[in-house]
Design a protein around this ligand. Structure first.
Ligand code: BGC
Length: 764
């Protein structure tokens, strides 16, 4: 055959295969609308194959929770080949993803592609700051970009679904997972949720078809952030008011921004585990909010309903979970084992299974997986994308924006660039692993730029490093489990010596990256190990200390707040940590972050949050003891929500409202002039708080209802105008009805939740 003939024959064969496929698999016809394609596919599916779509398995080597038996690889492969798996998580890398996708697409009867999930929480390999830190930027554009970087890397290694964003509001710094969320406030949390969802997925549903976007997942639905006493997986017992006004809004915002999946949570709510909670999943999410994506359980949470004492066995757990609206079972084997039987016995209506499967298939179609199951499996793209310069520049930018300057007495910062002797102290300063933070499953160990490396790039000063003390004392057998809190102080003397000889001492202290995150609740919020002693010992020999904090949660550091002249909150900032910290310390970047969570004076104040309610006795007007306070410490936080300094200063003037009275349903514009009165160009987060003075249900003393990040050159003034509408002025009653009520509203505008210019208006 000549070449032409070969080509013609090839084309003919392709057309023939295509035609046979189109006949046998009409759901592969791209020209048909998605819902029709789903119908066509579901018509061909057996009950077992439908249930298979609702079954998600972890990859074969690594777990983020207790797996039933180590890996269970044999069974998983068997189920994969039988078309009994709809999704896999934590499979990563083009090679690995391709291998499992090939089984699903080429070896099963209907060839339904897998959706591949992964905890892309703050980046895939090139890591952004932990999410709590990113929230401190109050920069929604930057947060969106950071999620885009994460999506670009994840999608380049075969992943098409992230288990993020975590939109759990929490008031409890003891809970290790506050590092994963956006802090204590539902309003800020909602804005961050939207930025992250659109960053991962794109702005419209059609954007999911792009090769560099991935489906997002709002988690953990719901109220997981209110685990009692901050103890991981603990009971949640909250009021309806808290549920509707504080817990649900960021989830609703994510849903409205088009998030394609939700994950439920480990906790109970009113005695019902979230996984079996029809009120949350059916009435609210799929009912009131009209959510048409799917809900995945949390790891083994279907099965854990048995341990909660809410289901008597696996069948009962499966029945309760599907009835309540959990569409996919993550790694608890309950659906695959029980659901088909339950349907055949008439205990579960097949319509419930159909609804779940339709939702799952919908997202797969939207991602374009049926049109090209290997679209995320391009080795060339993988190579070109992972860790590339643009991604590193992106996470560096995010890292700088996430830093919060908490104290800067006598302008100790920024550091002078030459002629200085700088002592750098603290094991964390020379750590390339800890700054990567928790939830960095795909990153390679020791790949962060350390603070030492960052500072070494400024060559005008003489820099000497001494660790002073270690933070870790070894490792347990389990992969991530480092052993913390050494008592060894033998390094103190050497550290004191370099400190005494220095002009300025920079101390990097705090929590190791693995001291926060899932399963890392703490009862203390201090500096772990001997770090507090080290700090005090160094301060004694040289009080010119700049304390750089590394932490995944608010810490309580009353001694440092009183004595240490400069404090920089640097969280766990990811891959580019050292560069970001050094640029801030040397003034090449003027910090503009504001705390997304209150920092308490001591752990006994927790839960502490800015939008609390007034008690009947908030002040001590009578001068007696019978008022709402503590006898041993002030009741205010050490550093409040919304607080953060700059190397420059800002002045607020001319707070104005365009109306003093508005009708119900109307809007009011609030404006203020902000002037940069200091010596550096800088950015300020202008914040607007309201207080609904008298309402049918008591309202918080303050609620954030608007903010804007403004760039101001030295001496420049800008007028910032924010608008309050129905959306900002109402609240939910105890039945979830949204109310806007007439009456007086106080407003406050400023650079922190604890002070600002005040005014008021009426709704008539
Ligand atoms: C966590 C989830 C996570 C899942 C999969 C669970 O333990 O609670 O947030 O997405 O594991 O890794």
């Amino acid at each position: 055959m000549d070449t032409k003939k070969i080509i013609t024959a090839g084309i003919f064969t392709l057309i023939t295969i295509g035609a046979v496929n189109a006949q046998k698999k009409p759901y592969l016809d791209k020209t048909k609308p998605t819902e029709e394609r789903i119908d066509l596919l579901m018509k061909q599916m057996t009950l077992e194959e439908k249930v298979g779509q609702m079954n998600q398995y972890n990859g074969f080597w690594e777990v983020t929770g207790p797996a039933p038996t180590a890996g269970n690889a044999e069974l998983k492969y068997k189920h994969l080949r039988a078309g009994l798996v709809g999704s896999m998580l934590s499979v990563r890398g083009v090679k690995e993803v391709k291998a499992v996708q090939k089984i699903a697409v080429e070896e099963t009867r209907l060839g339904i592609p897998l959706i591949i999930g992964f905890d892309v929480i703050h980046g895939y390999k090139t890591l952004s700051p932990i999410p709590l830190a990113e929230a401190a930027s109050w920069d929604m554009e930057a947060i969106k970009k950071s999620a885009q970087v994460a999506a670009a890397e994840a999608s380049a290694v075969g992943i098409n679904w992230t288990f993020g964003p975590n939109v759990d509001v929490s008031h409890d710094a003891r809970w290790g997972r506050v590092m994963e969320g956006a802090g204590e406030d539902a309003y800020l949390g909602s804005k961050v949720a939207i930025a992250r969802v659109t960053g991962f997925q794109g702005d419209t549903r059609a954007d999911l078809l792009k090769v560099n976007t991935i489906a997002a997942c709002a988690k953990h639905f719901a109220a997981y952030g209110f685990a009692e006493a901050g103890k991981e997986y603990n009971t949640v017992d909250i009021s309806n008011s808290r549920l509707y006004n504080e817990v649900l809004p960021p989830f609703h915002a994510a849903a409205e921004a088009g998030v394609r999946t939700f994950m439920n949570s480990f906790n109970i709510l009113n005695g019902v585990p979230a996984t079996g909670n029809a009120f949350l999943q059916r009435d609210i999410l799929k009912g009131k909010w009209n959510f048409d994506g799917f809900v995945v359980s949390d790891w083994a949470s279907v099965k854990e309903m048995i341990i909660h004492g809410y289901a008597k066995d696996g069948a009962d757990a499966a029945q309760k979970a599907i009835t309540a609206g959990s569409d996919m079972d993550m790694e608890s084997y309950m659906y695959v084992a029980e659901l088909a039987k339950l349907v055949k016995e008439g205990k579960v209506k097949e319509a419930l299974v159909d609804d779940a499967v339709r939702r799952i298939l919908r997202v797969k179609f939207e991602l374009g997986l049926f049109d090209d199951p290997y679209k995320y499996c391009d080795e060339k793209r993988e190579k070109a994308t992972i860790g590339n310069k643009a991604n590193n520049d992106g996470v560096l930018d995010m890292a700088k924006k996430s830093i919060v300057l908490l104290k800067n007495d006598s302008n100790l910062l920024p550091l002078k660039k030459s002629g200085q002797k700088i002592a750098l102290i603290g094991a964390l300063a020379n750590d390339k692993n800890s700054p990567l933070g928790s939830w960095r499953i795909a990153s390679d160990d020791n790949t962060a730029v350390s603070v030492l490396e960052g500072m070494q790039q400024y060559k005008g000063n003489q820099l000497t490093f001494e660790k002073g003390a270690d933070l870790t004392i070894g490792k347990t057998a389990f992969i991530e489990e480092l052993v913390f809190n050494t008592t060894d102080k033998s390094g103190f003397e050497a550290a004191k010596k370099v400190a005494a000889a220095a002009d300025v001492v920079v101390m990097v202290l705090g929590e190791h990256g693995f001291q926060s995150g899932e399963g890392r609740s703490r009862t203390n919020l201090d500096l772990p190990g001997v770090q507090q002693e080290l700090l005090e010992a160094i301060y004694k020999v040289n009080p010119n200390v700049v304390l750089v904090l590394n932490n995944g949660r608010p810490l309580a550091l009353p001694w440092a707040a009183e004595h240490i002249p400069a404090i920089v909150e640097a969280w766990h900032l990811g891959t580019q940590t050292g560069n970001a910290v050094a640029q801030v310390l040397y003034g090449d970047y003027n910090p503009s972050g504001k705390l997304p969570m209150s920092f308490p004076r001591n752990v006994g104040q927790v839960p502490i949050y800015y939008n609390n309610y007034s008690t009947g006795r908030p002040t001590n007007g009578e001068g007696n003891v019978f008022w709402s306070h503590y006898t041993d410490v002030e009741k205010t936080p050490q550093f409040p929500f919304g607080f953060g300094l700059s190397y420059t200063s800002f002045e607020y003037k001319n707070l104005k409202l365009d109306k003093s009275t508005i009708a119900l349903g109307a809007a009011v514009n609030v404006s203020v002039d902000v002037t940069n009165t200091g010596n550096f160009d800088g950015k300020e987060v202008v914040q607007l708080y309201i207080h609904d003075v008298v309402a049918s249900l008591a309202r918080p003393v303050k609620e954030l209802k608007g903010f804007e990040l403004v760039d101001l050159k030295k001496g420049e003034t800008k007028t910032v105008t924010l608008t309050l509408t129905d959306k900002e002025l109402g609240f939910f009653d105890n039945n979830g009805n949204y109310l806007v009520e007439p009456g007086t509203f106080k407003i406050m505008m400023g650079g922190s939740s604890d002070k600002g210019l005040e005014s008021s208006f009426e709704i008539k």
